[in-house]
Each structure stands twice: as C-alpha cells, then as structure tokens.
Write a new protein. Structure first.
Length: 162
C-alpha cells in the first residue's frame, strides 16, 4: 500500500504490482523508454494509438519521446497528446527505477475492474487491458536522496478508457 497525501486526510490505496516482470527504462536525465507497442489500440481524445512512451519526467506520450520537465497548462496549444500524472524534473541516473508493463489477463484486471466499480456504482465496468507505468523512488533533478513513488495505470474496456 502507498500513502497518498493532499488537502484531504491521508489514505492508503493499493498499487498494482510492479518490479518483477516489468521492463525497466534506461537511466538518464530527461530520458524516455523506447516506443512501447501496445497489445491493444488505446483511444485517447478520439485518436487510436498503437504505441506509448514512458517519459522519465513523469508523463506518457504517444507520438514520440518528450523530454520537457516544465509543465504547462492544459489544454496545451500543441498537437501532442499526453498523460501527465506527475510532470516535474525527475532524474533516475542515481536513484530509482522507471518501469512499465501491460496486462491482458489475471488478477490485475480483476483488481482494476473492482477499483472502477467501487467508485462508479452501476457502471458494470469490466477491464480487459491495463498498462502500468511506475516511477519507483525516482528523485528530483540534482537531488541524490530518496525519491518519490508514482504509479500510473491505464485501463480499457472495449473502447472505454479510464
């Protein structure tokens, strides 16, 4: 379990499995994974994507690697679609691991289905694909101490994305 803190009381929430079996991204400042071919097309803002990039500065992109560490306000005046769970200047050269994995069967799909249906009652959502990207103990740029944990997952049921 991971503790999430914000303006609300701290809560514990489960992270999806990561580590063993994941593909680990290279160690580099402002780097990215190579293109990751998706097991299923991912439709985002009406556009189907066949690949995704896990960028080291806390975001995911579809049309190429993206090194920007300075976030800008959405919607951006750009043709770049991105998912930015924690867009900041991260650096995994000395500490932390950035990894990713896709699931199309097993307990992760069951957990994702349960998670959605817990908060969206009467939806009857059933997940058939999950992409998990993890920034585990990755420190901020120019900080050699302990880093932050970030976990981003994308779930799909037919053509509905969460």
């Amino acid at each position: 379990y991971s503790k999430i803190k914000n303006q609300f009381p701290s809560i514990l929430c489960p992270l999806y499995p990561f580590g063993a079996g994941d593909t680990v991204s290279s160690r580099s400042d402002d780097g990215s994974s190579p293109p990751i071919i998706l097991e299923q097309p991912f439709v985002y803002f009406g556009k189907p994507y066949q690949q995704i990039y896990v960028n080291h500065n806390g975001h995911l992109t579809f049309n190429g690697a993206f090194a920007s560490y300075k976030p800008y306000r959405f919607p951006a005046f750009s043709s770049r679609d991105l998912i930015a769970p924690f867009w900041t200047d991260l650096d995994n050269r000395w500490n932390g691991t950035i990894s990713y994995r896709q699931y199309s069967s097993g307990s992760v799909l069951q957990q994702a289905t349960q998670d959605i249906n817990q908060y969206f009652l009467n939806l009857g959502f059933s997940v058939n694909w999950v992409f998990v990207a993890t920034w585990d103990k990755v420190a901020y740029y120019n900080n050699f101490g302990t880093g932050r944990n970030l976990h981003c997952y994308i779930r799909k049921r037919n053509n509905l994305i969460n």
